[in-house]
Write a protein that binds this ligand. Structure first.
Ligand code: FAD
Length: 457
C-alpha cells in the first residue's frame, strides 16, 4: 500500500506525529474518522492516527455507520462515504426511475394520475420498506439508504418521491415506532412489501402548523372508540389501505390528549373526501379523510392513549429528513436539466454555458446542492446511529427545500422561454418543489424548531 504523503515545510514539526501528539502540539481537538471499509490493520492512516476513541454515545448504540468514531459534540458527527451496497442501491433506483418513471412523468402530471402500478413495483423491489427490519417485510437498511432512494426517485419525479415518503416515513414508521408487536406484524409487513399503501393524517382544516389544536375526536365506546372529524391535505388519501390518524381522546390534556389510531380502508364511517387539484406534484394524491361515527376496536389504538402527539413529533423527525431528500432529488433534477440545456442552447454564436452569468448560476446551484446533500446525509446518518435528530432534521429540511426552490427557479431562467413551456422538465420542477417548503412543517416552523433546540438549556 502506498504511504500517505507526509507534511513538509513549516509543518515538518508534525512529521510522524500521531493524533494525540498533533492535538497536544496544536492545542487542538482534531478527531480521526476512518472511512468505512478501511480496517485498522491495513490502513496507513490508522498507523498515523492509531488512538481513535470510541465515543460513549456510539459505543452503546448499534451503529450501522463507522464503528470507530469519536464524537465530541453533535456537529462532529461526519461520515458520508456511501458503501458498495448503498452505491448499488442508488444505481438500481436511478436505473428504475429512468426506465420506468421518466417516460410517464408528464402523462401522469397532466392527467393527475396516481402511478399505482409503479408504486406496487417499488414494493416488489423492496423500496417501500427500506428502513424496517426483515421480520416486518423490510430491507433492514437505514435512513442513509432511504434518503438515497427518495432523492433518486425525486430526481425524476417528485410525485413518486412524496408518495413513497408519506407511505414509509410517516404511515409505516408511525406504526413501527409506536405500534404493538401484533400491529407491526399486521400492518408494517404489508406496507413494507407494497401489499398495502399507507397514509398519515395529522393536518386538519383549522389545524396545520398548530397541529396540536386538532378538532377530530375519538370518544370512548364499548370495546373501542368512535371517531368524528376531518383530516385535510393527506397524501395517498384515496389509495391508502391503512391510515394513521390523530384524534383528541382528552381535550383537557391538550397535546397530551391526542391519540393515534390505525384505520383500514373500507371501515364503516370512514371515507376519503375531496381530491385536491394542485399546483405541482400532481400525480400524487392529496385528499380529505372523513370520519363520521367511525367505530374502531381497542386494538386499533396506536401507542399509548394520549401519546399520539409526542409519537407524531418523533415520526416527523424522520419524515423531515425524507422531505429534505425529496427536495435534494428535485434540486438535482432541475440542475441537471439546466446544465444540459446550457451546453446545447446557442445564442450570440456560442453555447449559453459560455456566458459568465449562466456559469455563476450553475456554480451556485451545484454548491448549494452539495451543502443540502451533506445536511441531509448527516441527519440520516445520525438517525441510523440512534441519535436524536430534531434539530438536524429541521435544518436539513429547511435548507434543502429552500435550495430546491432556488435551483428550480434558476433552472427555468437558464431555459429562458423554453423553461416556461411543458416540453422541457424545468417548469415541472418549478411547480413541484414549492411543496417542500410547506409540507411536514413550513420553513417558518422549521426555524421555530431549530431556534427552540438552540435555546434549550
Ligand atoms: C401536497 C401536500 C401534501 C400534504 N401531505 C400531508 C400528509 O400526508 N399528512 C398531513 O398530516 N399533512 C399533509 N399536508 C399538510 C401540511 O403539512 C400543511 O399544509 C403544513 O403543515 C402547513 O399547514 P397549513 O397549510 O394549515 O398552513 P398554516 O399553518 O395555516 O400556515 C400559513 C402560513 O402561516 C405561517 N405560520 C403559521 N404559524 C406560524 C408561526 N407560529 N410563526 C410563524 N409563521 C407561522 C406558516 O409558515 C405559513 O406561511 C400536506 C400538504 C400539502 C400541500
Amino acid at each position: 500500500m502506498q504511504a500517505l504523503p507526509k507534511p513538509t515545510g513549516r509543518y515538518e514539526d508534525f512529521v510522524d506525529c500521531c493524533l494525540p501528539c498533533l492535538n497536544e502540539k496544536l492545542g487542538a481537538n482534531f478527531c480521526a474518522i476512518p472511512a468505512r471499509g478501511i480496517q485498522p490493520e491495513n490502513s496507513e492512516r490508522d498507523r498515523h492516527f492509531p488512538s481513535v476513541v470510541i465515543p460513549s454515545v456510539a459505543r452503546d448504540l448499534k451503529l450501522t455507520v463507522p464503528h470507530t468514531v469519536r464524537v465530541e459534540q453533535r456537529g462532529d458527527y461526519l461520515d458520508f462515504q456511501l458503501n458498495d451496497e448503498q452505491l448499488h442501491l442508488k444505481k438500481t433506483v436511478r436505473e428504475f426511475a429512468e426506465r420506468e418513471i421518466a417516460p410517464n412523468v408528464m402523462k401522469w402530471d397532466e392527467a393527475g394520475e396516481f402511478p399505482l402500478t409503479t408504486i406496487k413495483e417499488l414494493g416488489k423491489l423492496g423500496l417501500l420498506g427500506i428502513i424496517f427490519p426483515p421480520e416486518y417485510g423490510g430491507a433492514g437498511m437505514g435512513y442513509v439508504e432511504y434518503v438515497t432512494a427518495i432523492a433518486e426517485l425525486s430526481r425524476i419525479d417528485g410525485s413518486v418521491g412524496i408518495i413513497v415518503a408519506a407511505h414509509t416515513s410517516l404511515c409505516s414508521n408511525h406504526i413501527y415506532v409506536a405500534g404493538s408487536e401484533a400491529q407491526k406484524k399486521k400492518y408494517v409487513s404489508k406496507l413494507a412489501t407494497g401489499e398495502y399503501i399507507g397514509a398519515w393524517g395529522l393536518t386538519e382544516p383549522s389545524a396545520g402548523s398548530d397541529a396540536g389544536s386538532a378538532r377530530m375526536t375519538a370518544a370512548r365506546a364499548k370495546g373501542g372508540w368512535v371517531l368524528n372529524g376531518t383530516k385535510t391535505f393527506i397524501t395517498n388519501g384515496h389509495y391508502a389501505d391503512a391510515v394513521v390518524v390523530l384524534a383528541i381522546t382528552d381535550r383537557a390534556a391538550h397535546t397530551h390528549g391526542l391519540s393515534a389510531f390505525v384505520v383500514e380502508k373500507g371501515t364503516k364511517g370512514f371515507r376519503p373526501g375531496k381530491k385536491e387539484n394542485k399546483l405541482g406534484l400532481r400525480a400524487s394524491d392529496t385528499a380529505e379523510l372523513i370520519f363520521e361515527d367511525c367505530f374502531l376496536p381497542d386494538e386499533n389504538l396506536l401507542g399509548k392513549e394520549g401519546g399520539g402527539f409526542v409519537d407524531a413529533m418523533r415520526v416527523l423527525d424522520g419524515g423531515r429528513i425524507s422531505i429534505a431528500a425529496l427536495s435534494l432529488g428535485m434540486a438535482e433534477g432541475a440542475y441537471g436539466a439546466a446544465l444540459k440545456y446550457s451546453k446545447e442552447r446557442q445564442q450570440f454564436g456560442k453555447a449559453i454555458s459560455e456566458f459568465q452569468a449562466i456559469q455563476w448560476k450553475l456554480a451556485d446551484m451545484a454548491t448549494e446542492i452539495e451543502a443540502a446533500k451533506l445536511l441531509t446525509l448527516r441527519a440520516a446518518a445520525m438517525k441510523d446511529a440512534g441519535m436524536k435528530t430534531t434539530m438536524e432534521s429541521s435544518m436539513a429540511k429547511l435548507y434543502a427545500s429552500e435550495v430546491a426552490v432556488r435551483c428550480a427557479n434558476e433552472g427555468v431562467q437558464i431555459h429562458g422561454g423554453y423553461g416556461f413551456i411543458k416540453d422541457y422538465p424545468a417548469e415541472k420542477f418549478y411547480r413541484d418543489v414549492k411543496l417542500c417548503t410547506i409540507g411536514e412543517g413550513t420553513s417558518e416552523i422549521q426555524r421555530l424548531v431549530i431556534a427552540r433546540e438552540l435555546l434549550k438549556d
